[in-house]
Design a protein. Structure first.
Length: 147
């Protein structure tokens, strides 16, 4: 079963610039969550997923570049971090030697997640529209199912 689909995208320079800025903003937020979690751990404070989720609103007020990213995408960044934390905890339980989550550089964070809304796919014209980014062509080499 295929869980996610990957297609070749052909954005124009303006859309490509907005995509790169959105990726950079998501990477910044992921690194901020890593930093906050490490500080909380060293202080003996337990941080939960809902705590970091609530911090997103304040970060958006302080950093206008986060407002250029679709809100569900930012929530998925938080979800990705906590999914990684759970995976590391499971691996440690199984006896594997695991380090800490590390900060992501620009080439190590290349994903925008639109999990339920904020996008529209037109398979007939092979165009995808992402909220707050724009529309661009893509090569549809495999049909997809779902809405």
């Amino acid at each position: 079963m295929i869980v996610s689909y990957k297609y070749r995208a052909y954005p124009d320079p303006d859309v490509e610039d907005r995509l790169n800025k959105a990726l950079d903003s998501c990477r910044w937020m992921y690194n901020k969550i890593v930093e906050i979690s490490r500080d909380a751990y060293e202080s003996g404070i337990t941080l939960s997923q809902s705590d970091s989720q609530a911090m997103i609103v304040g970060w958006k007020r302080e950093n206008p570049h986060l407002s250029t990213v679709y809100s569900k995408t930012l929530q998925m960044v938080n979800n990705t971090y906590w999914s990684n934390v759970r995976a590391i905890a499971e691996a440690k339980k199984r006896g594997r030697k695991i380090g800490k989550l590390r900060f992501k550089s620009a080439y190590r964070y290349r994903t925008l997640n639109y999990n339920q809304s904020g996008f529209k796919v037109d398979p007939g014209q092979q165009i995808i529209t992402l909220s707050k980014i724009g529309s661009f062509r893509f090569a549809m080499h495999r049909s997809y199912s779902g809405t």
